[in-house]
Design a protein around this ligand. Structure first.
Ligand SMILES: [Zn+2]
Length: 385
């Protein structure tokens, strides 16, 4: 399977200059091709755009100053973006801006590993900080400059799946806002508190608005804001990586709830908190790691009402108010933590053994879709990613 390994590096001033050129050209090629497709009214295909690029180089001289591999790669990325759009996996490709993250990708022919350095075509040798060893020869490298002006090399490498026996057969995970993840084994994981950092950003945003756009002071404040955003991003990524590793490593099957994130984002009261959580990223991480550890990830149908049932007896108590944290089951008298109970239900539905669903359906008179109690109907409601 394929993985990305990312390392920070500090380019010299000369290299910064060459890198800026590389990013600029890669961006230019993307934007130019995109604009051309817009005028044509359709995506014209990689081959057509690549042969156009060759002609373009005749008139735009400075495109020759950077690695041609990176420019072709820009067109490949555009193709991927269009494919994603056609397959309804993403929005339409957009024009790239100078102020956001900059990147350019080099394939095998345009870079090589030289001792502790990495040679990049027409840039020179850069020395990344090798925080961990590369597991195999990389097939490509993406050079990144983020908005806080940090530089990274991101290698694509082939990795072998790890074979570690799972300690537990399955776990259900309920994702929330106050508690990031409540698990069916009773564990609760809280996400780091980003509020102080967000407050600081809000302050600086006000400051930025008072500055003259483009001035030195404006630029300094902009950079400080970007750095804070990066810090939050790093904290979040770190937390989500650790948690997803822990859950997938320990359990053979991880069951998550399919969340209607887009629908939830429409709720203005919650939208900010939700977008800060990184649920989707967490799901993607779990997916990648289940592959790595040879585990299985199951995603429930998003309409499965997992918080409405008792995980012990299957009693249906109906919709709970969001503020209700503890529930006592009217039927069996068990006291539940709301989130852990939901996690247990998620696990039960995901594994196909929700208790005595039939009886509760009759008692609670809810209108659930018809189907048999166990495996078949439950399994059919489990959506593959
Ligand atoms: Zn009960």
């Amino acid at each position: 399977m394929i993985a990305r390994y990312k390392y920070r590096f500090y380019p010299t001033d000369q290299q910064k200059h060459s890198l800026a050129k590389l990013f600029g050209c890669a961006r230019y090629v993307w934007n130019e091709a995109l604009a051309y497709c817009h005028t044509a009214g359709k995506y014209l295909g990689y081959k057509h755009l690549a042969s156009r690029l060759t002609k373009l180089k005749g008139s735009v001289q400075w495109l020759k100053e950077v690695s041609s591999v990176a420019l072709q790669q820009s067109l490949r990325h555009l193709e991927k973006a269009y494919q994603g759009f056609f397959n309804k996996k993403g929005g339409a490709p957009r024009f790239k801006k100078k102020t956001t993250n900059q990147s350019a990708t080099l394939m095998r022919s345009a870079f090589s590993l030289k001792g502790k350095g990495v040679y990049l075509a027409k840039i020179g040798v850069v020395k990344p900080i090798w925080s961990r060893e590369l597991p195999s020869q990389p097939s490509s490298v993406t050079v990144i400059k983020d908005s806080a002006e940090r530089y990274f090399l991101s290698f694509v490498v082939e990795v072998e799946p790890e074979k570690i026996e799972a300690k537990s057969p399955s776990i259900g995970v309920d994702l929330g806002i106050k508690i990031f993840a409540a698990c069916s084994d009773g564990m609760k994981y809280y996400s780091p508190d980003y509020t102080p950092l967000y407050n600081r950003i809000a302050q600086l945003q006000k400051q930025l608005a008072r500055r003259v756009k483009g001035s030195n002071r404006w630029e300094r404040t902009r950079l400080r804001i970007a750095k804070l955003h990066c810090r939050i991003e790093d904290m979040r990524t770190d937390f989500l990586h650790k948690l997803s590793t822990k859950l997938t490593n320990k359990n053979q099957v991880v069951v998550l709830e399919g969340l209607n994130v887009r629908g939830m984002l429409k709720n203005r009261k919650w939208s900010k908190a939700i977008s800060r959580q990184g649920w989707r990223f967490f799901r993607d991480l779990c997916k990648g790691k289940s592959e790595k550890f040879q585990r299985e990830l199951r995603i429930l149908n998003r309409w499965e009402a997992t918080s409405q049932h008792c995980s012990k007896c299957g009693w249906h108590w109906g919709k709970l108010d969001l503020s209700t944290r503890e529930v006592v089951c009217d039927n069996c008298g068990t006291q539940h933590c709301r989130d852990v109970n939901a996690a247990k239900c998620i696990e039960q539905v995901g594994m196909g053994y929700r208790p005595t669903l039939k009886r509760t359906r009759r008692l609670s008179k809810t209108t659930e879709p018809k189907g048999s109690v166990a495996s078949v109907s439950e399994a059919s409601r489990i959506l593959a990613l």
